[in-house]
Ligand binder design. Structure first.
Ligand code: GLN
Length: 484
Protein backbone atom coordinates (compact mmCIF):
# COMPACT_ATOMS: atom_id res chain seq x y z
CA UNK A 1 0.00 0.00 0.00
CA UNK A 2 2.84 2.41 0.77
CA UNK A 3 3.90 2.10 -2.88
CA UNK A 4 0.44 2.66 -4.35
CA UNK A 5 -0.35 5.57 -6.63
CA UNK A 6 -2.88 8.20 -5.56
CA UNK A 7 -5.35 6.77 -8.04
CA UNK A 8 -4.98 3.31 -6.49
CA UNK A 9 -5.34 4.68 -2.97
CA UNK A 10 -8.41 6.64 -4.00
CA UNK A 11 -9.96 3.50 -5.53
CA UNK A 12 -9.21 1.48 -2.38
CA UNK A 13 -10.85 4.16 -0.25
CA UNK A 14 -13.90 4.34 -2.53
CA UNK A 15 -14.26 0.54 -2.49
CA UNK A 16 -13.95 0.62 1.35
CA UNK A 17 -10.98 -1.76 1.19
CA UNK A 18 -9.33 0.63 3.59
CA UNK A 19 -10.53 3.63 5.55
CA UNK A 20 -8.80 6.98 5.58
CA UNK A 21 -8.20 6.47 9.31
CA UNK A 22 -6.38 3.17 8.64
CA UNK A 23 -4.39 4.68 5.78
CA UNK A 24 -3.44 7.75 7.81
CA UNK A 25 -2.53 5.61 10.82
CA UNK A 26 -0.32 3.40 8.63
CA UNK A 27 1.68 6.41 7.46
CA UNK A 28 1.79 7.88 10.98
CA UNK A 29 3.26 4.55 12.14
CA UNK A 30 5.92 4.70 9.42
CA UNK A 31 6.74 8.26 10.44
CA UNK A 32 7.04 7.21 14.10
CA UNK A 33 9.37 4.40 13.08
CA UNK A 34 11.56 6.15 10.48
CA UNK A 35 11.46 9.88 11.22
CA UNK A 36 13.99 9.58 14.06
CA UNK A 37 16.49 8.52 11.37
CA UNK A 38 15.39 10.70 8.44
CA UNK A 39 14.21 13.87 10.24
CA UNK A 40 11.82 14.58 7.37
CA UNK A 41 9.04 15.97 9.57
CA UNK A 42 9.24 18.91 11.97
CA UNK A 43 5.72 18.56 13.33
CA UNK A 44 3.41 15.55 13.48
CA UNK A 45 0.03 15.78 15.20
CA UNK A 46 -1.67 12.38 15.00
CA UNK A 47 -4.83 13.58 16.69
CA UNK A 48 -5.40 16.37 14.17
CA UNK A 49 -4.59 14.15 11.21
CA UNK A 50 -6.88 11.37 12.40
CA UNK A 51 -9.75 13.81 13.00
CA UNK A 52 -9.42 14.89 9.36
CA UNK A 53 -9.29 11.22 8.33
CA UNK A 54 -12.54 10.53 10.21
CA UNK A 55 -14.20 13.48 8.47
CA UNK A 56 -12.99 12.11 5.14
CA UNK A 57 -14.36 8.65 5.94
CA UNK A 58 -17.72 10.22 6.65
CA UNK A 59 -17.62 12.06 3.36
CA UNK A 60 -16.70 8.88 1.50
CA UNK A 61 -19.59 7.13 3.25
CA UNK A 62 -21.95 9.83 1.99
CA UNK A 63 -20.74 9.33 -1.56
CA UNK A 64 -19.24 12.81 -1.75
CA UNK A 65 -15.60 11.93 -2.25
CA UNK A 66 -13.26 13.58 -4.75
CA UNK A 67 -9.99 12.13 -6.05
CA UNK A 68 -7.98 13.23 -2.98
CA UNK A 69 -10.58 12.65 -0.27
CA UNK A 70 -9.06 10.67 2.59
CA UNK A 71 -5.50 10.77 1.21
CA UNK A 72 -2.79 11.86 3.65
CA UNK A 73 -0.49 14.55 2.28
CA UNK A 74 2.63 15.95 3.96
CA UNK A 75 2.82 19.74 3.90
CA UNK A 76 6.07 21.67 3.65
CA UNK A 77 6.41 23.71 6.83
CA UNK A 78 6.29 26.93 4.81
CA UNK A 79 2.49 26.67 4.38
CA UNK A 80 0.46 28.17 7.20
CA UNK A 81 -2.07 25.63 8.47
CA UNK A 82 -4.56 26.86 11.05
CA UNK A 83 -3.81 25.48 14.51
CA UNK A 84 -0.58 23.82 13.35
CA UNK A 85 2.86 24.94 14.38
CA UNK A 86 4.36 26.53 11.26
CA UNK A 87 8.11 27.19 11.55
CA UNK A 88 9.54 27.66 8.04
CA UNK A 89 12.56 25.78 9.40
CA UNK A 90 13.53 28.74 11.59
CA UNK A 91 14.10 29.34 15.27
CA UNK A 92 12.38 32.68 14.85
CA UNK A 93 9.08 30.87 14.12
CA UNK A 94 9.73 27.78 16.25
CA UNK A 95 6.86 28.69 18.60
CA UNK A 96 4.48 30.06 15.95
CA UNK A 97 1.05 28.49 15.51
CA UNK A 98 -0.61 29.69 12.33
CA UNK A 99 -3.92 31.49 12.94
CA UNK A 100 -5.11 30.89 9.36
CA UNK A 101 -4.73 28.55 6.39
CA UNK A 102 -2.70 29.14 3.26
CA UNK A 103 -4.84 28.94 0.12
CA UNK A 104 -3.08 25.66 -0.74
CA UNK A 105 -4.05 24.19 2.64
CA UNK A 106 -7.63 25.44 2.23
CA UNK A 107 -7.85 23.76 -1.15
CA UNK A 108 -6.54 20.44 0.18
CA UNK A 109 -9.01 20.69 3.09
CA UNK A 110 -11.88 21.38 0.71
CA UNK A 111 -10.82 18.33 -1.32
CA UNK A 112 -11.01 16.23 1.85
CA UNK A 113 -7.29 15.43 1.96
CA UNK A 114 -5.63 14.75 5.33
CA UNK A 115 -2.74 16.91 6.56
CA UNK A 116 -0.17 14.29 7.58
CA UNK A 117 2.25 16.75 9.18
CA UNK A 118 4.70 19.54 8.44
CA UNK A 119 7.95 18.69 6.67
CA UNK A 120 11.47 19.85 7.36
CA UNK A 121 13.07 22.42 5.10
CA UNK A 122 15.99 24.81 4.81
CA UNK A 123 15.44 27.89 6.96
CA UNK A 124 13.06 30.21 5.06
CA UNK A 125 13.64 27.94 2.03
CA UNK A 126 17.19 29.22 1.65
CA UNK A 127 19.39 26.30 0.74
CA UNK A 128 19.97 23.33 -1.51
CA UNK A 129 20.71 20.63 1.06
CA UNK A 130 18.31 21.04 3.99
CA UNK A 131 21.29 21.70 6.23
CA UNK A 132 20.23 25.26 7.11
CA UNK A 133 17.12 24.06 9.01
CA UNK A 134 16.97 25.03 12.67
CA UNK A 135 15.55 21.53 13.22
CA UNK A 136 18.60 19.74 11.87
CA UNK A 137 19.40 18.21 8.50
CA UNK A 138 17.24 15.66 6.69
CA UNK A 139 18.88 12.39 5.60
CA UNK A 140 18.58 11.13 2.05
CA UNK A 141 16.67 7.82 2.25
CA UNK A 142 18.93 6.36 -0.47
CA UNK A 143 22.05 6.93 1.60
CA UNK A 144 22.20 8.34 5.13
CA UNK A 145 25.50 10.07 4.30
CA UNK A 146 23.84 12.10 1.54
CA UNK A 147 21.72 15.26 1.66
CA UNK A 148 18.19 15.04 0.22
CA UNK A 149 18.58 18.39 -1.55
CA UNK A 150 16.70 21.49 -0.55
CA UNK A 151 14.92 23.47 0.35
CA UNK A 152 11.96 21.03 0.18
CA UNK A 153 14.18 18.19 1.42
CA UNK A 154 11.79 16.96 4.11
CA UNK A 155 8.94 16.58 1.62
CA UNK A 156 11.27 14.85 -0.86
CA UNK A 157 12.65 12.42 1.73
CA UNK A 158 9.14 11.72 3.08
CA UNK A 159 7.82 10.73 -0.34
CA UNK A 160 10.96 8.80 -1.35
CA UNK A 161 10.97 6.80 1.91
CA UNK A 162 7.21 6.25 1.65
CA UNK A 163 6.44 8.16 4.86
CA UNK A 164 3.76 9.98 2.84
CA UNK A 165 1.98 9.17 -0.42
CA UNK A 166 2.60 12.73 -1.61
CA UNK A 167 3.74 16.14 -0.39
CA UNK A 168 3.88 19.82 -1.20
CA UNK A 169 6.96 21.89 -1.89
CA UNK A 170 7.90 25.38 -2.94
CA UNK A 171 10.45 26.39 -5.54
CA UNK A 172 12.18 29.78 -5.63
CA UNK A 173 15.29 28.67 -7.49
CA UNK A 174 14.92 24.90 -7.68
CA UNK A 175 13.59 23.78 -4.30
CA UNK A 176 10.99 21.36 -5.68
CA UNK A 177 13.00 20.04 -8.64
CA UNK A 178 16.46 19.65 -7.07
CA UNK A 179 15.35 17.64 -3.99
CA UNK A 180 13.01 15.60 -6.23
CA UNK A 181 16.03 14.78 -8.39
CA UNK A 182 18.28 13.92 -5.45
CA UNK A 183 15.73 11.57 -3.88
CA UNK A 184 14.34 9.92 -7.03
CA UNK A 185 10.82 11.35 -7.02
CA UNK A 186 8.73 13.57 -9.33
CA UNK A 187 7.96 17.22 -8.71
CA UNK A 188 6.62 20.16 -10.66
CA UNK A 189 7.05 23.89 -10.21
CA UNK A 190 4.14 25.49 -12.05
CA UNK A 191 4.16 28.71 -14.05
CA UNK A 192 4.52 31.68 -11.68
CA UNK A 193 1.06 32.73 -10.51
CA UNK A 194 -0.72 29.38 -11.01
CA UNK A 195 -0.60 28.36 -7.32
CA UNK A 196 -1.53 31.04 -4.79
CA UNK A 197 1.18 32.32 -2.46
CA UNK A 198 -1.38 33.38 0.15
CA UNK A 199 -0.27 31.93 3.49
CA UNK A 200 2.93 30.55 1.98
CA UNK A 201 5.70 32.19 3.98
CA UNK A 202 7.49 34.60 1.65
CA UNK A 203 11.16 34.25 0.69
CA UNK A 204 11.51 35.99 -2.71
CA UNK A 205 7.99 36.86 -3.76
CA UNK A 206 8.64 37.32 -7.50
CA UNK A 207 10.14 33.82 -7.70
CA UNK A 208 8.35 31.69 -5.06
CA UNK A 209 5.90 29.12 -6.36
CA UNK A 210 4.26 26.14 -4.66
CA UNK A 211 3.85 22.78 -6.32
CA UNK A 212 3.38 19.04 -5.77
CA UNK A 213 6.01 16.35 -5.05
CA UNK A 214 5.01 12.73 -5.53
CA UNK A 215 6.08 9.33 -6.81
CA UNK A 216 4.90 9.92 -10.37
CA UNK A 217 3.88 12.57 -12.87
CA UNK A 218 0.32 11.25 -12.80
CA UNK A 219 0.15 11.81 -9.03
CA UNK A 220 1.59 15.31 -9.51
CA UNK A 221 -1.15 16.09 -12.05
CA UNK A 222 -3.87 15.05 -9.59
CA UNK A 223 -2.33 17.16 -6.83
CA UNK A 224 -1.92 20.17 -9.08
CA UNK A 225 -5.62 19.98 -9.93
CA UNK A 226 -6.26 20.75 -6.27
CA UNK A 227 -3.40 23.18 -5.64
CA UNK A 228 -3.84 25.48 -8.65
CA UNK A 229 -6.46 28.18 -8.68
CA UNK A 230 -7.06 31.91 -8.67
CA UNK A 231 -6.93 33.73 -5.35
CA UNK A 232 -7.91 37.36 -4.87
CA UNK A 233 -5.70 37.48 -1.76
CA UNK A 234 -2.51 37.04 -3.81
CA UNK A 235 -2.01 39.99 -6.16
CA UNK A 236 0.17 37.90 -8.50
CA UNK A 237 -2.28 35.00 -8.69
CA UNK A 238 -3.48 34.48 -12.25
CA UNK A 239 -7.19 34.59 -13.02
CA UNK A 240 -7.49 31.75 -15.53
CA UNK A 241 -10.16 29.12 -16.06
CA UNK A 242 -9.52 25.94 -14.02
CA UNK A 243 -7.62 23.22 -15.87
CA UNK A 244 -7.59 19.46 -15.64
CA UNK A 245 -3.87 18.72 -15.58
CA UNK A 246 -4.50 15.02 -16.24
CA UNK A 247 -6.23 15.72 -19.54
CA UNK A 248 -3.24 15.09 -21.82
CA UNK A 249 -1.49 12.31 -19.89
CA UNK A 250 -2.38 9.63 -22.44
CA UNK A 251 -1.29 11.57 -25.54
CA UNK A 252 1.40 9.78 -27.59
CA UNK A 253 4.71 11.65 -27.96
CA UNK A 254 5.15 11.10 -31.69
CA UNK A 255 6.58 14.26 -33.24
CA UNK A 256 7.45 15.88 -29.90
CA UNK A 257 10.34 18.31 -30.32
CA UNK A 258 12.75 18.30 -27.39
CA UNK A 259 15.16 21.22 -27.13
CA UNK A 260 18.56 20.46 -25.60
CA UNK A 261 20.30 23.63 -24.38
CA UNK A 262 23.97 23.25 -25.18
CA UNK A 263 24.84 25.21 -22.03
CA UNK A 264 23.20 22.45 -19.91
CA UNK A 265 25.51 19.76 -21.27
CA UNK A 266 28.77 21.64 -20.80
CA UNK A 267 31.51 21.89 -18.20
CA UNK A 268 30.41 21.20 -14.64
CA UNK A 269 28.00 18.37 -15.49
CA UNK A 270 29.04 15.11 -13.82
CA UNK A 271 29.63 12.30 -16.36
CA UNK A 272 27.30 9.84 -14.60
CA UNK A 273 24.44 12.39 -14.62
CA UNK A 274 25.13 13.16 -18.30
CA UNK A 275 25.03 9.43 -19.06
CA UNK A 276 21.66 8.92 -17.34
CA UNK A 277 20.19 11.93 -19.16
CA UNK A 278 21.46 10.61 -22.52
CA UNK A 279 19.82 7.25 -21.80
CA UNK A 280 16.54 9.01 -21.00
CA UNK A 281 16.74 11.00 -24.24
CA UNK A 282 17.28 7.76 -26.18
CA UNK A 283 14.09 6.44 -24.57
CA UNK A 284 12.23 9.57 -25.68
CA UNK A 285 13.43 8.99 -29.25
CA UNK A 286 12.00 5.46 -29.05
CA UNK A 287 8.71 7.06 -28.00
CA UNK A 288 8.74 9.10 -31.21
CA UNK A 289 10.31 12.36 -30.05
CA UNK A 290 13.09 14.18 -31.84
CA UNK A 291 15.78 16.39 -30.34
CA UNK A 292 17.08 19.74 -31.49
CA UNK A 293 19.97 21.73 -30.06
CA UNK A 294 18.95 25.09 -28.61
CA UNK A 295 20.91 27.77 -26.79
CA UNK A 296 20.26 29.63 -23.56
CA UNK A 297 23.24 31.97 -23.85
CA UNK A 298 22.70 33.77 -20.54
CA UNK A 299 22.68 30.61 -18.40
CA UNK A 300 25.91 31.58 -16.66
CA UNK A 301 24.30 34.84 -15.48
CA UNK A 302 21.36 33.19 -13.79
CA UNK A 303 23.09 32.45 -10.47
CA UNK A 304 24.61 35.94 -10.03
CA UNK A 305 21.31 37.55 -11.05
CA UNK A 306 19.34 35.34 -8.65
CA UNK A 307 21.73 36.08 -5.77
CA UNK A 308 21.05 39.80 -6.18
CA UNK A 309 17.27 39.60 -6.64
CA UNK A 310 16.34 36.83 -4.21
CA UNK A 311 18.28 38.31 -1.26
CA UNK A 312 16.90 41.78 -2.08
CA UNK A 313 13.35 40.48 -1.82
CA UNK A 314 14.21 38.32 1.19
CA UNK A 315 15.70 41.26 3.11
CA UNK A 316 12.44 43.09 2.65
CA UNK A 317 10.18 40.08 3.38
CA UNK A 318 12.07 39.08 6.51
CA UNK A 319 11.97 42.54 8.07
CA UNK A 320 8.62 41.51 9.62
CA UNK A 321 10.37 39.19 12.10
CA UNK A 322 11.18 41.74 14.74
CA UNK A 323 10.06 40.08 17.97
CA UNK A 324 7.08 42.41 18.31
CA UNK A 325 4.12 40.73 16.66
CA UNK A 326 4.77 37.01 16.65
CA UNK A 327 7.52 34.44 16.78
CA UNK A 328 10.67 34.44 18.85
CA UNK A 329 11.67 37.36 21.09
CA UNK A 330 15.06 37.60 22.78
CA UNK A 331 14.55 36.90 26.49
CA UNK A 332 16.76 39.80 27.64
CA UNK A 333 17.20 43.30 26.21
CA UNK A 334 17.60 46.88 27.32
CA UNK A 335 15.37 48.90 24.98
CA UNK A 336 13.33 48.45 21.80
CA UNK A 337 16.30 48.73 19.43
CA UNK A 338 18.25 46.25 21.50
CA UNK A 339 15.26 43.88 21.45
CA UNK A 340 15.09 44.01 17.62
CA UNK A 341 18.81 43.36 17.31
CA UNK A 342 19.01 40.53 19.81
CA UNK A 343 15.84 38.87 18.49
CA UNK A 344 17.10 38.83 14.91
CA UNK A 345 20.67 37.92 15.89
CA UNK A 346 19.44 34.95 17.93
CA UNK A 347 16.45 33.98 15.79
CA UNK A 348 18.00 33.73 12.31
CA UNK A 349 20.64 31.25 11.18
CA UNK A 350 23.85 32.08 9.30
CA UNK A 351 22.54 31.58 5.74
CA UNK A 352 19.48 33.75 6.37
CA UNK A 353 21.68 36.49 7.83
CA UNK A 354 23.98 36.29 4.81
CA UNK A 355 20.99 36.81 2.49
CA UNK A 356 19.64 39.73 4.54
CA UNK A 357 23.06 41.40 4.44
CA UNK A 358 23.45 40.92 0.66
CA UNK A 359 19.89 42.07 0.04
CA UNK A 360 20.19 45.16 2.18
CA UNK A 361 23.45 46.03 0.45
CA UNK A 362 22.18 45.70 -3.13
CA UNK A 363 19.08 47.75 -2.32
CA UNK A 364 20.91 50.56 -0.57
CA UNK A 365 21.08 54.01 -2.13
CA UNK A 366 24.14 54.26 -4.35
CA UNK A 367 24.23 50.55 -5.15
CA UNK A 368 20.64 50.05 -6.31
CA UNK A 369 21.33 50.92 -9.96
CA UNK A 370 24.59 49.02 -10.10
CA UNK A 371 23.19 45.76 -8.72
CA UNK A 372 19.43 45.52 -8.33
CA UNK A 373 18.41 47.40 -11.48
CA UNK A 374 21.10 45.70 -13.53
CA UNK A 375 19.95 42.29 -12.30
CA UNK A 376 16.35 43.13 -13.27
CA UNK A 377 17.50 43.89 -16.81
CA UNK A 378 19.46 40.67 -17.03
CA UNK A 379 16.44 38.79 -15.74
CA UNK A 380 14.55 39.99 -18.81
CA UNK A 381 17.34 38.74 -21.11
CA UNK A 382 17.30 35.33 -19.40
CA UNK A 383 13.53 35.09 -19.99
CA UNK A 384 14.01 36.09 -23.65
CA UNK A 385 16.48 33.23 -24.14
CA UNK A 386 13.67 30.80 -23.34
CA UNK A 387 11.20 32.58 -25.63
CA UNK A 388 13.69 32.17 -28.48
CA UNK A 389 14.37 28.53 -27.62
CA UNK A 390 10.66 27.65 -27.52
CA UNK A 391 10.36 28.79 -31.16
CA UNK A 392 12.27 25.62 -32.01
CA UNK A 393 10.87 23.04 -29.59
CA UNK A 394 7.88 21.97 -27.48
CA UNK A 395 9.77 21.25 -24.28
CA UNK A 396 13.34 21.70 -23.08
CA UNK A 397 15.18 18.86 -21.36
CA UNK A 398 18.41 18.45 -19.48
CA UNK A 399 19.74 17.44 -16.09
CA UNK A 400 17.96 18.86 -13.03
CA UNK A 401 21.19 19.15 -11.05
CA UNK A 402 24.84 18.87 -12.10
CA UNK A 403 25.58 15.99 -9.70
CA UNK A 404 23.74 13.35 -7.71
CA UNK A 405 23.23 13.99 -3.98
CA UNK A 406 26.38 15.23 -2.27
CA UNK A 407 27.40 14.29 1.25
CA UNK A 408 26.17 16.05 4.38
CA UNK A 409 28.69 18.73 5.29
CA UNK A 410 30.39 18.57 1.89
CA UNK A 411 29.32 22.04 0.75
CA UNK A 412 28.09 23.69 3.93
CA UNK A 413 31.22 25.83 4.31
CA UNK A 414 31.30 26.89 0.67
CA UNK A 415 28.18 28.89 -0.25
CA UNK A 416 29.21 29.42 -3.87
CA UNK A 417 29.60 25.72 -4.58
CA UNK A 418 26.26 25.15 -2.83
CA UNK A 419 24.64 27.86 -4.98
CA UNK A 420 25.97 26.15 -8.13
CA UNK A 421 23.78 23.09 -7.53
CA UNK A 422 20.90 25.20 -8.90
CA UNK A 423 22.63 26.17 -12.15
CA UNK A 424 20.00 24.38 -14.32
CA UNK A 425 16.93 25.26 -12.27
CA UNK A 426 17.24 28.93 -11.31
CA UNK A 427 16.72 30.48 -14.75
CA UNK A 428 13.28 28.83 -14.91
CA UNK A 429 12.18 30.81 -11.84
CA UNK A 430 13.70 34.02 -13.16
CA UNK A 431 11.65 33.54 -16.33
CA UNK A 432 8.49 32.45 -14.43
CA UNK A 433 8.28 29.24 -16.48
CA UNK A 434 7.06 25.81 -15.34
CA UNK A 435 9.69 23.12 -14.74
CA UNK A 436 9.66 19.59 -13.42
CA UNK A 437 12.02 16.82 -12.42
CA UNK A 438 11.46 13.10 -12.85
CA UNK A 439 13.67 10.18 -11.85
CA UNK A 440 15.90 8.92 -14.67
CA UNK A 441 18.25 6.34 -13.23
CA UNK A 442 21.14 6.35 -10.83
CA UNK A 443 24.65 7.76 -10.70
CA UNK A 444 27.94 5.96 -10.12
CA UNK A 445 27.37 6.05 -6.36
CA UNK A 446 23.88 4.53 -6.57
CA UNK A 447 22.17 7.85 -5.84
CA UNK A 448 19.25 9.01 -8.04
CA UNK A 449 19.51 11.24 -11.12
CA UNK A 450 16.75 13.65 -12.13
CA UNK A 451 15.73 14.61 -15.65
CA UNK A 452 14.44 18.17 -15.93
CA UNK A 453 11.58 19.06 -18.27
CA UNK A 454 10.97 22.76 -18.87
CA UNK A 455 7.79 23.91 -20.59
CA UNK A 456 6.55 27.15 -22.06
CA UNK A 457 4.18 29.30 -19.96
CA UNK A 458 1.10 27.30 -18.89
CA UNK A 459 2.39 24.10 -20.54
CA UNK A 460 1.99 22.07 -17.31
CA UNK A 461 -0.44 19.58 -18.88
CA UNK A 462 1.98 19.02 -21.77
CA UNK A 463 4.96 18.54 -19.43
CA UNK A 464 3.02 16.09 -17.29
CA UNK A 465 2.09 14.19 -20.47
CA UNK A 466 5.76 14.09 -21.53
CA UNK A 467 6.76 12.84 -18.08
CA UNK A 468 3.92 10.32 -17.80
CA UNK A 469 4.66 8.67 -21.15
CA UNK A 470 8.26 8.15 -20.06
CA UNK A 471 7.07 6.67 -16.79
CA UNK A 472 4.81 4.24 -18.68
CA UNK A 473 7.89 3.06 -20.60
CA UNK A 474 10.37 2.95 -17.69
CA UNK A 475 10.30 2.02 -14.02
CA UNK A 476 12.76 4.44 -12.38
CA UNK A 477 9.88 6.18 -10.60
CA UNK A 478 8.82 2.86 -9.03
CA UNK A 479 12.19 2.22 -7.38
CA UNK A 480 12.15 2.85 -3.66
CA UNK A 481 15.08 3.02 -1.27
CA UNK A 482 15.65 0.36 1.37
CA UNK A 483 15.21 2.37 4.53
CA UNK A 484 16.37 0.79 7.74
N1 GLN B 1 18.86 26.91 -3.42
C1 GLN B 1 18.25 28.16 -3.76
C2 GLN B 1 18.41 29.13 -2.63
O1 GLN B 1 19.02 28.79 -1.66
C3 GLN B 1 16.79 27.96 -4.10
C4 GLN B 1 15.95 27.69 -2.91
C5 GLN B 1 14.50 27.61 -3.25
O2 GLN B 1 14.12 27.31 -4.37
N2 GLN B 1 13.68 27.90 -2.26
O3 GLN B 1 17.97 30.25 -2.69
Amino acid sequence: MINNSLKELSAALAAKKISSRELTQAFLDRIAQLNPVLNAFITVDAEKSLAQADAADKRIGQGQAGPLTGIPIAQKDIFCAKGWRTTCGSKILANFTAPYDAQVIERFDAAGAVNLGKTNMDEFAMGSSNETSHFGPVKNPWDPLAVPGGSSGGSAAAVAARLAPAATGTDTGGSIRQPAALTGISGIKPTYGVVSRYGMIAFASSLDQGGPMAKSAEDCALLLNTMAGFDTRDSTSLDRPPEDYTRDLAQPLKGLKIGLPKEYFAEGLAPDVAQAVETALAEYKKLGAQTVEVSLPNTQLSIPVYYVLAPAEASSNLSRYDGVRYGYRAPEYTDLMDMYKKTRAQGFGAEVKRRILIGTYVLSAGYYDAYYLKAQKLRRLIAQDFTEAFKQCDVIMGPTAPTTAFNLGEKSDDPVSMYLSDIYTIAVNLAGLPGMSIPAGFGANGRPVGLQIIGNYFAEAKMLNVAHQYQLATDWHLRAPQVV
